[in-house]
Design a protein around this ligand. Sequence first.
Ligand SMILES: [Zn+2]
Length: 395
Amino acid sequence: MKITARDKLLKAKVGIMINRPFYSSLLLNLKMIENKSGSVWTDGTVISYDLSFFDACSVEEVEGVLVHELHHIILFHHLREGGRDHKNWNIATDYAINTELVDAGMRLPEGVLVDAVYRGMSAEQIYQKREKEEKQNKGKGEGEGQEEGEGETDNSNQSQSQSQSQSQSQAAPAWGGVEPAPRGEEEKQEQVWKERIVTAVMVAQGRGHVPGFAARLVEGIVSPKVDWWVRLRDFVDRAACGKNDYDAMRSNPRYTHTGFCLPALFSGSIRVTAAIDTSGSIDAQALGKFESELQEILDTMNAEITVLYCDSQLYPEHSRVFVSGDTIEFTPVGGGGTDFRPVFDSLEEDKPVTLLYFTDLYGRFPEYKPEYPVMWVVPGNSRECAPFGEVVNID
Ligand SMILES: [Zn+2]
């Protein structure tokens, strides 16, 4: 008896449930709806499929298609298209997914886009690479005069692009599409899928089946739940030990809890500068928490803490140095606009071991990156970024 497409889909789902707990946990969050378009796609809320597409697939290939769709979501492809060309974004995201799936032994239907040249690249990188190659190919087609063009694009990938002659005019794959998330739901989608991924990894851990990439995914996309004050102390401790490679820490936060390295490696006191942005309204509760944390650092780390106040200008007459045995008490002054530069300028001559800057990050940053590590201590859940240093939110 011939197995129907509907049976294949059912068997594929059961197969995922039994053998792939990570994916099965994720799949449960998606509505499966039928369409008549001949394709399969997802937008992060549903997986839409045309049963007839599964006619030519084996059960393993249907499993592969479902897992492929889940990968679009867990890599947030439905949220990252931006202003890119929809078809070419689909092609790029498929290359990003399929190499990994094939490496993991998944079976995928005919017509799958796989190319080892894209191994390890993000969809954005693939998209850009293909776009660049397309431009170069066009340039060649239109004669010699066009070729010199943009300096940047000419250098690095020339040899590769000549051996790789795929062009952006390639047809989109017939299956496994990704559509942008429904309008207005983007932020919610990001949040809920992060939570679902973490849950899925936990479920899979319980059953001893966590795909390697899934663990990496969690590490990479979900910031670890570490209390802000642990991060703050760890940061100061690292600065004191000269171990603050803070750019690396930004991309791969890893917080050691091996205890302070002091005083074994450091005989003098650690000179910490704490700057407080006094423009506009200050979140008093967060400032209070920052104050007591500085006190903790003062008491336990043989530190010397200089507190500065700055809005659009510095108030040197109000700055104060606290040493071991002192009680830290902030006396904020100011209330004007926000400029971070006066603080950095004032520290140029006599650099601290580290600077902790209490601010909402709405202000003017210096043009240069200072030589000492900087931590921006930000009240609330603001997602503002700083051009350098680490950001920690006081919750
Ligand atoms: Zn796809």
